[in-house]
Design a binder for this molecule. Structure first.
Ligand code: PMP
Length: 284
């Protein structure tokens, strides 16, 4: 039986009941966070906690227990006997339940907080040989920096990609590649790694931040600059990053083959260094 966290208590997941008046349901007025458990530790929990607090602040959602997120995540791993397994913890906070009105409830209501842990099997084939992605117009709102549960453009984009046999969907806004439906994207041009700068057009991925840090430490040239889609022919390597997939090489964008169809050396080095960083976490 899966044990989940719901508004301060741990309970069987299938016994959780959420109000139809929950503003997460009515307005997608909620934020979420995902952390990865590496059989003994969460990778960069501090980074995830800081981003979660920022998302709450930017949406004016108050969760008095926000600092308990790491403890809740650990409890869920323990209660579901996932200590020795690769797992993910998902946490979502909405503004809570109140009769439908665009204005925030007066007096404020308690937020709805839901979290669960699940075992997760890393997808290794694509990570070794590289994946194909497709491109779509970025139709998302102008605050993609908030990790909001309002993900309809992301699910539509990803579903379109999957239905056509692609592994991810990259978004393009004003001709520039921003990020993907649930990952950030890095493109290597003439030995320089490029990724869209932190802004309201992308979610600042925790993996992205760690990759940038590693590249700087390894003296791999990196620019936080967006790449125009029309410059794709000058790109030698592409990889995408997120918490569950870490670094995944991209060897094709729609019909355009990247790097001769095999993952390139910069991607490989960064992946090795990222693995080293995870191992060093384990021993710290
Ligand atoms: N961009 C978007 C739109 C995402 O949904 C995600 C995954 N949450 C990312 C980037 C990658 O973020 P992270 O590395 O923190 O998982």
């Amino acid at each position: 039986m899966d044990i989940a966290y719901f508004n301060g208590t741990y309970m069987p997941r299938d016994e959780i009941r959420i109000s139809p008046d929950d503003r997460g349901f009515l307005f997608a007025e909620g934020i979420y966070e995902v952390v990865r458990w590496y059989q003994g530790f969460f990778f960069d929990m501090d980074g995830h906690l800081a981003r979660m607090k920022r998302s709450l602040k930017e949406t004016f959602i108050t969760w008095p227990d926000e600092d308990k997120f790491p403890a809740i995540a650990h409890d869920l791993i323990r209660l579901n006997h996932l200590e020795n397994l690769q797992s993910l913890v998902y946490l979502q906070v909405t503004r809570g339940a109140a009769i439908r009105s665009h204005a925030f409830p007066i007096p404020p209501v308690n937020p709805t907080v839901y979290a669960f842990a699940k075992e997760f099997t890393p997808e290794n084939t694509g990570r070794e040989s590289g994946v194909a992605i497709t491109v779509r117009e970025d139709i998302r709102w102008a605050r993609c920096d908030i990790k909001s549960t309002a993900l309809l453009p992301n699910t539509l984009g990803f579903q379109d990609a999957v239905s056509k046999g692609f592994s991810e969907c990259a978004f393009v806004r004003n001709g520039m590649i921003t990020e993907c439906s649930h990952s950030n994207i890095f493109l290597v041009q003439k030995g320089i790694v490029h990724t869209h700068p932190e802004s309201e057009s992308i979610l600042s991925g925790i993996t992205r931040k760690n990759i940038i840090r590693l590249a700087r430490r390894e003296r791999i040239p990196l620019k936080e600059e967006a790449v125009a889609l029309r410059r794709l022919s000058g790109v030698q390597e592409i990889f995408i990053t997120n918490t569950s997939g870490e670094i995944t090489p991209v060897v094709r964008v729609d019909n355009f083959v990247i790097g001769g169809g095999i993952p390139g050396p910069v991607t490989r080095i960064l992946r090795e260094r990222f693995n080293d960083q995870i191992c060093s976490y384990k021993h710290s």
